[in-house]
Design a protein around this ligand. Structure first.
Ligand code: NZQ
Ligand code: ZN
Length: 405
């Protein structure tokens, strides 16, 4: 087990109707005047925003509001929010939504104390040193941003979507009420489950050998999702399925599922290859849900790289899908291993499809001619090579994209 730093400062309040506790919980945590951030309207339509306003008022927490965060949030929204927050003397952020709303809130929270342009952080011109406190009422389990040390923002003018990492902007408080997710469309539920599995896999396939305690946690999260995902789709108000998915999404990305798997004791485990490749998709095509992009990219990446460490993929096949190599029935050891690994990747991809996720880049309307533009911005985001499980050059990245048609 490699050395690691695990920091998860978030207080989680989890369960039925806990959304109504946001006011007292924020007051107890010492929040002053906050900006309530939300997305395109789902939180208003469901009545959640009315409940949040009432709870804040009763707890004596002053607030201003800013909605309209789009999926795959954009830096101009953040710039406007920073200006409004400064004018209003905001002292903290309350994100009511999912990854997009939380990330827009995070960027606003560390943009407010900084005099320059908030994009400087994403362009890596400036380290993030201070940040206003952030609370979350989670409405879609997926990105894990409610406890993660990452924040991803798009810049449409530059066709870029870049992430920053840091502990300073991990939320202080996360209200997690699975009943809020009963209204989620099937597609968003499925994209969320896919993203969670990807978060576990990015750490699992990190180029480090077995770390049994962490590997078992990882397999357990994925197995729980394989079971709960279809149940939530079958019956949208299945509380236990929704609760399992919501908690799994947090566990998948607060770094618990990577402890001991990083080569750098202060950095997150994994090379985040599939995320790197996917972020170019949702940067160029903001209408592509991040999880849906991963459903296509991750199996393609797996098929391309598994030979770098077949043992790792065999452990995954066994622990997640109960697939073992049939040495006796195959002509060679290599064939038995390839069959088992391929069967596991096929199972994973078939699971994503069974949830309604796409299988190919063509399903998004892309053609192979679109790949060059993805590579151009991938090079800007990642340099000439990136990854941990297997270093990927831009030629490798191109081959993976093309294999996904
Ligand atoms: O905007 P509204 O109207 O609220 O609708 C949203 C949105 O259209 C809808 N929705 C949310 N809760 C709902 C609901 N609809 C009905 N009922 C509810 N209870 O769902 C849609 C998607 O929301 P979004 O926040 O975009 O989804 P998600 O949580 O998947 O976030 C995706 C973003 O997070 C980034 C992604 O790249 C993407 O930009 N990520 C952030 C990470 C992080 N900060 O740690 C890690 C991830 O890997 C990811 O990159
Ligand atoms: Zn993700």
């Amino acid at each position: 087990m490699n050395d690691f730093t695990y920091y998860s400062p978030t207080k989680f309040v989890f369960g039925r109707e806990v959304a109504d506790r946001i006011g007292p919980e924020m007051a107890a945590a010492g929040f002053g005047k906050v900006m309530v951030v939300y997305g395109g309207g789902s939180a208003e339509r469901s009545g959640l925003l009315a409940r949040v306003r009432s709870s804040l008022e009763q707890a004596g927490i002053a607030f201003v509001e800013k909605g309209g965060v789009r999926p795959n949030p954009e830096v101009n929204w953040v710039r406007d929010a920073i200006a409004l927050a400064r004018a209003e003397g905001v002292e903290g952020l309350l994100a009511v939504g999912g990854g997009s709303v939380i990330d827009a809130s995070k960027a606003t929270a560390f943009g407010i104390p900084y005099e320059g342009d908030v994009w400087d952080f994403f362009a890596k011109k400036q380290p993030i040193e201070s940040c206003l406190p952030i609370a979350v009422v989670l409405t879609i389990p997926a990105a894990g941003s409610e406890a993660s040390g990452s924040c991803v923002i798009s810049n449409d003018a530059e066709n870029l979507k870049l992430g920053v990492a840091g502990d300073v902007f991990r939320p202080k408080l996360a209200i997690m009420d699975p009943t809020l997710t009963f209204t989620l469309p099937a597609y968003q539920t499925a994209a969320g489950v896919t993203d969670m599995i990807a978060h576990v896999c990015e750490r699992y396939f990190s180029g480090v050998g077995a770390v049994p305690v962490t590997d078992n946690i990882a397999a357990a999260i994925i197995c729980a999702l394989l079971e709960a995902g279809p149940r939530a789709l079958e019956q949208t108000d299945d509380y236990d399925a929704r609760a399992t998915i919501m908690w799994s999404g947090m566990l998948a990305h607060n770094d618990l599922a990577g402890c001991g798997r990083s080569l750098n004791p202060t950095a997150r485990a994994g090379g985040w290859e599939s995320h790197g490749l996917e972020h170019e998709l949702s940067a160029h095509y903001p209408e592509i849900a991040h999880g849906a992009g991963l459903a296509v990219i991750m199996p393609a990446w797996m098929r391309y790289v598994w030979r770098s460490d077949p043992e790792r993929f065999l452990l995954f096949a066994s622990d997640v899908f109960g697939i073992e190599p049939a040495f006796e029935e195959c002509e060679s050891t290599e064939e038995a291993i390839e069959d088992a690994v391929t069967a596991a990747i096929d199972e994973l991809q078939a699971f994503f499809q069974s949830l309604g996720m796409p299988k190919t880049l063509g399903d998004f309307g892309l053609t192979p001619d679109d790949v060059d533009a993805l590579i151009d911005t991938l090079r800007l985001s990642k340099g000439e090579a990136f990854g941990a499980f297997q270093k990927l050059t831009m030629d490798d990245a191109r081959a993976i994209y093309l294999s996904a048609f």
